[in-house]
Design a protein around this ligand. Structure first.
Ligand code: AMP
Length: 148
């Protein structure tokens, strides 16, 4: 089984680097193309969907800032083409699955914090990604930061 197009989901935190690094090494090893996706979530969703004010300006700023951060990430990976960096708006699982199907990706790579207990009950993007995925999903373990 060899992959041809790997889609890496990035949350634009510094934790993305090991996730992108693993995907890039895998892509190089099997000769696959690789793309990035970041999904900007609707602010109203974060506030529980019932916000008595217009969030459109804030939302646009958030979208533009995410675009700048995504470009900055892409610049660190010379093998990555700008046209393979996708910024979309919506619910992460739906958008990542939609783009994976649209771009004919055969592997989605996500970071996984390996959460347990209450955090697991609340769910994680990596866990969520498995449900209804149009292709294989690889969860790259993100090392937990030590607090002093
Ligand atoms: P989480 O469990 O939600 O902290 O996220 C774990 C992983 O899910 C991240 O390392 C990314 O691979 C992916 N992810 C989380 N949020 C997003 C997002 N908004 N867009 C794309 N990927 C995301």
């Amino acid at each position: 089984m060899t992959y041809q197009h790997i889609l890496v989901a990035v949350d634009l935190t510094d934790e993305c680097d090991p996730v992108i690094g693993s995907a890039q090494r895998l892509a190089e090893a099997v000769g696959a193309r690789f793309s990035l996706i970041h999904v900007v979530e609707p602010m109203a969703m974060a506030f529980g969907g019932d916000v008595p004010m217009d969030l459109s300006t804030l939302q646009k700023q958030q979208y533009d800032q995410a675009g700048e951060r995504l470009n900055a990430f892409a610049a660190r990976y010379p093998t990555l083409d700008v046209k393979d960096c996708h910024l979309t708006y919506g619910q992460p699982r739906q958008e990542i699955h939609r783009l994976a199907a649209e771009q004919k990706c055969d592997l989605i790579v996500v970071g996984s914090h390996g959460r347990h207990g209450l955090a697991l009950l609340l769910g994680s993007t990596a866990n969520d990604m498995l449900h209804g995925a149009p292709c294989d999903v690889l969860a790259v373990k993100i090392a937990s930061k030590k607090t002093s």
